[in-house]
Design a protein around this ligand. Structure first.
Ligand code: ZN
Ligand code: ZN
Ligand code: ZN
Length: 452
């Protein structure tokens, strides 16, 4: 079945003569790309920008994951998207190899492009690209090409790695990003540990042993000698007459003297101030096909939707345990907590209607919106594919209407007409939880489904 044609397609200047391929087909533009599986193409542009743009547009075509793609002039962007620099021999060999793999796929139209792309050529890697103009610093151009509607290719890759669709191959970098807006554009600034003001000075202080006075070294300098400005004793020998106390900084706002300033991070994007320890650490990997990805590639099983990666999220077992624990505490101390549920009834329908790409993008949007909504102490769990549970300690049932309002506002921000989210809540404690969390939760979820 493959290859379907023995042509080398060429986009750009200086198309070569060919020996191994039957013909070299010169394309006028991306629009002339033939609608075939398993082709081979090389791009040759003078201007890197033009090449990058054409590569991106090209890989958005639904069948392009099955093509062998080359360039004449490699750059950092093209490295993330193609199979290397064009050389007829190796291009021909690679193209045959890919086509051989394609002929073993039972239903090629069903293959998820990213998994197919990684599956048919095992040397391919999902490579991160450092782009200083982007908020998150690192992007994954191949993911952006296949899923152009995503807000963040990084978050997508993170979710797919967690599910073992992808697997880390090589550590590229570790960066810190703003916990509010995920921007990697941060400024670190030393501040006063007492009042957090940035107006601090290094001060060389001296300590007079005679009267105990501590002060700026400058004020001890008189007529070329060191003399205490307080008791006028001449200070000759360090360790005998005076010493240098440890405090070396002074805050001009609150006059606090200190040894080490604190370091705060200022987000250059949203201006949030964060303690450096609270910044989100992102580990940037180059990735390859993971275990589940391999399985999906081999067996052609359709992918489940990626998990909603809400901050403070835990897995189902952990969530059940926390629920028991919190329930017991609530019973003993007469406290009230809230179990909030968010149900996305049309998720499956949505993916059937619009395909996985659009669904991934939708989940990405929901994640982005929800992350701003919860407190650090709330515990989230994607208990079912279409149900998200949030345990909100010390939250009264009375606040549910406020929450519902907020979530509805958030839902309206999501740029999808088909999007629907049902919010409900259950009050905790409930003595029935102690008898069996799983059963209790199954009942709660049954009610959510039934209420639709
Ligand atoms: Zn003195
Ligand atoms: Zn201060
Ligand atoms: Zn920020």
């Amino acid at each position: 079945m493959y290859p379907q044609s023995n042509n080398l397609y060429w986009l750009g200047i200086n198309a070569p003569e060919t020996e191994l391929f039957e013909t070299v087909e010169l394309l006028g533009s991306i629009d002339d790309l033939p609608d075939i599986w398993g082709g081979v193409i090389c791009l040759n542009f003078d201007k890197p920008d033009e090449q990058d743009h054409n590569l991106f547009l090209m890989l958005r075509q639904p069948k392009l994951w099955t093509w062998a793609v080359y360039v004449v002039n490699q750059n950092r962007y093209s490295e993330c998207l193609c199979d290397g620099i064009f050389d007829e021999q190796s291009a021909y060999k690679n193209w045959l190899d890919i086509n051989q793999k394609l002929s073993r796929i039972p239903d090629i139209a069903q293959v998820e492009p990213l998994i197919g792309w990684l599956g048919v050529q095992r040397a391919r890697r999902i490579k991160p690209l450092k782009q200083l103009c982007s908020l998150g610093i690192y992007q994954y151009p191949i993911v952006d090409a296949f899923y152009p509607d995503l807000y963040s290719s990084h978050r997508f890759v993170l979710g797919e790695t967690k599910r073992e669709v992808l697997e880390p191959d090589k550590l590229i970098d570790r960066i810190r990003v703003c916990k509010q807006c995920n921007s990697g554009h941060l400024n670190y600034v030393e501040v006063c540990p007492s009042c957090k003001n940035i107006d601090i000075n290094i001060q060389s202080s001296l300590h007079c042993f005679t009267c105990g006075h501590v002060g700026d070294q400058q004020l001890f300098l008189r007529r070329g000698k060191l003399e205490c400005p307080n008791c006028l004793t001449q200070l000759r020998h360090i360790g005998v007459d005076y010493d240098r106390p440890l405090e070396t900084h002074r805050c001009n706002a609150c006059s606090h003297l200190f040894v080490e300033p604190d370091t705060l991070s200022h987000c250059l994007n949203c201006e949030t101030q964060t303690e450096t320890a609270e910044l989100i650490v992102q580990t940037i990997y180059q990735l390859k096909l993971g275990q589940l990805g391999e399985y999906v590639y081999q067996h052609g099983k359709l992918l489940q939707a990626p998990e909603l990666s809400i901050k403070g999220k835990v897995d189902a077992g952990y969530f059940e345990n926390i629920l028991i624990w919190l329930n017991k505490i609530a019973l003993r101390h007469n406290e009230r907590h809230l179990l909030l549920s968010m149900y996305l009834p049309r998720l499956e329908e949505y993916s059937n209607l619009y395909g996985d790409n659009k669904m991934f993008a939708l989940l990405d949007q929901i994640t982005l919106r929800l992350n701003g909504l919860f407190r650090d102490t709330d515990i989230c769990c994607q208990y079912k594919q279409d149900i998200l549970l949030v345990l909100m300690p010390k939250t009264a049932m009375a606040s549910i209407s406020v929450l519902q309002d907020k979530i509805e506002q958030l839902s309206r921000l999501i740029e999808e007409e088909q999007f629907e989210m049902h919010v409900s809540a259950v009050q905790i404690p409930d003595p029935a939880i102690n008898e069996g969390t799983k059963i209790w939760l199954a009942n709660v979820i049954g009610d959510i489904y039934a209420a639709r």
